[in-house]
Write a protein that binds this ligand. Sequence first.
Ligand SMILES: [Zn+2]
Length: 297
Amino acid sequence: MPELPEVETIARQLRGLIVGRTIAHFRSDWRRLTEPEPADLFAARLAGRAIRGVRRRGKLVVMDLDDGEALIVSLRMTGQLLFREKEVEAHPYRRAHIAFTDGTALEFADTRKFGRMAIVDATALDGATHAPRRVGEPLHRFLGVEPLSRAFTVRWLRDFLARRGRSAIKPLLLDQTGIAGVGNIYDIEALWRARIHPLRTAGSLADDEVGRLHEALRWVLRKGIRYGGATRRDYRDARGKEGRMQREFNVYDRAGDPCPRCGAEIVRTVVGGRGTFHCPRCQRLPRGAARPARSRA
Ligand SMILES: [Zn+2]
């Protein structure tokens, strides 16, 4: 599932490919893609709009339009945004097609069909709405701090962890309304780098551990961007290429391998319903804390 580095890679590429182009038409025959808006209304709102910029917010690709609105794309599990220089045979899992007036196009392919698009007021993406998000309210208005921005400081992280002190650290880092853009892979890699067990409670981290976690999150996310993101199955960049970060994982998907730091065997557990990897020697749980069941998968 694309996380911050994968989406950042796509947004940076698209910036060089589609900024300045004007949308001729939008087509989609997968009704849930633009839900609750019907695809034909969606298409009418996009026709004639120029793309002014492309950026990332959390795990969303944001295409800023010339009228103050933005087309946002949530790739979810398997979504791909593929730039087409000229007419090519449609991707077998094409869910939408954005044709530009100059003959180029942007194709949205998605095997699992969890991806979504929306046209929103661009300013709604800027800062999190502070009211707690209720079920059904759109996530884009509640996205938390960007971990690579200046606003994400050690002090911010310390305050955030204190406020959510009873949460286990691993699932807390996945909460998009807290820190936006971190998903399972970079969460696991950051906790390994910071030598913090995934089940530690947020409030139990000492100051030096908070500092290490802050550094580790930024380090793994930046490295992910530098390597063009991680491809496990479906992720492709806007040119249809795989990322290279998957070769750099230290613990993610490495169950049974030796820890690169200490040589102990990496174990897989399930935390909050998600497959989790850690080194039992480098990432210890304090005595008395509940231990995760080891899983075989
Ligand atoms: Zn280790």
